[in-house]
Design a protein around this ligand. Structure first.
Ligand code: PLP
Length: 285
């Protein structure tokens, strides 16, 4: 695989970063995941805009402008002959000479930029989407700025492992009785034809897929309520689903062991998945 590190395209085995990198030592960095279908980027501008916002919130200077980022993404797609999969990008505050809680001087310590591709030919035609996924619920004990897409992913990763250990696929995180989001996706329920998902705040990541799906739902005359919902409400919903760049719209068929509806992916979730894939494919660049 050809990867990108600080201006260079290298074989993955030759790519190196400093042991003093603050991303490695302190999770002081942000990331984005952009999906590739037919060798094209889905919602590149949405991901670029959110990257800029994450960097601004942490006071890290954006090392490249939009067109330079786009060029690196396209180079990696070409060099790796990527048809379907994703591009991961990470920007950290860089590697000062020592470990120190004080941020380094941005004049001397420049951000570290890493990008790589991951191929996944089963994104669109996903066997998981045909069956739906099972989720468990866990306490949301993450920090209070989940709107910033930091590389601090230990708890979500532990949550996913707790789910797998219990024979489920993923975990929904719960704060004061209400679902915030999944470990790496936004969460939705559908009751009597109405789509319900938590409103945007510092409590959740502002999903790029969420924004697109809500827009498509409204265009398809599906009513949307942006509000918190409880676990109880979710267990009694007709349907549920999650969204993320890499899973699109993924039906949820079980919550904490309670089957939703017939236990098969719901018709509205499947329809939204189809619309999302079709429309994003058309708009890909
Ligand atoms: N919420 C969390 C915690 C995530 O990690 C992600 C994606 O990684 C999402 C939501 C979905 O965001 P997007 O649709 O931009 O991929």
């Amino acid at each position: 695989r050809s990867v990108y590190v600080n201006g260079d395209y290298l074989p993955e085995g030759e790519a190196k970063i400093s042991i003093f990198d603050r991303g490695f030592l302190m999770a002081d960095g942000v990331y984005e995941v952009t999906t590739v279908i037919d060798g094209k980027l889905i919602d590149f501008d949405g991901h670029f805009t959110r990257l800029q916002r994450s960097l601004d919130e942490l006071g890290i200077e954006n090392p490249m402008d939009r067109d330079a980022w786009l060029e690196v993404h396209r180079q990696l797609v070409d060099q790796n002959a990527l048809d379907q999969g994703m591009i991961y990008l990470q920007v950290t505050r860089g590697a000062p000479g020592d470990r120190d809680f004080v941020f380094p001087d941005p004049e001397t310590t420049k951000p570290t930029v890493v990008l790589f591709t991951q191929s996944n030919p089963a994104l669109v035609d996903s066997p998981k989407a045909k069956k739906g996924i099972k989720v468990i619920t866990i306490d949301d004990i993450r920090w209070g700025r989940r709107d910033i897409k930091t590389v601090q992913l230990l708890y979500p990763s532990m949550g996913k492992m707790m789910a797998i250990k219990q024979g489920a696929d993923d975990a929904w995180m719960v704060q004061e009785g209400c679902v915030t989001e999944g470990t790496s996706n936004n969460a939705y329920i559908i009751k009597d034809g109405r789509i319900v998902t938590r409103a945007l705040s510092n409590d959740i990541l502002h999903g790029i897929t969420r924004a697109a799906v809500l827009r498509f739902a409204q265009e398809a005359q599906m009513p949307v309520e942006e509000r918190s919902f409880t676990v109880q409400e979710a267990m009694q919903a007709d349907e549920a689903f999650v969204t993320s760049a890499s899973t699109f719209v993924m039906p949820v068929v079980e919550i904490d062991g309670a089957r939703l509806g017939t236990g098969a992916p719901g018709p509205l979730a499947l329809r939204l998945r189809e619309i999302y894939i079709e429309e994003s494919r058309k708009a890909a660049i």
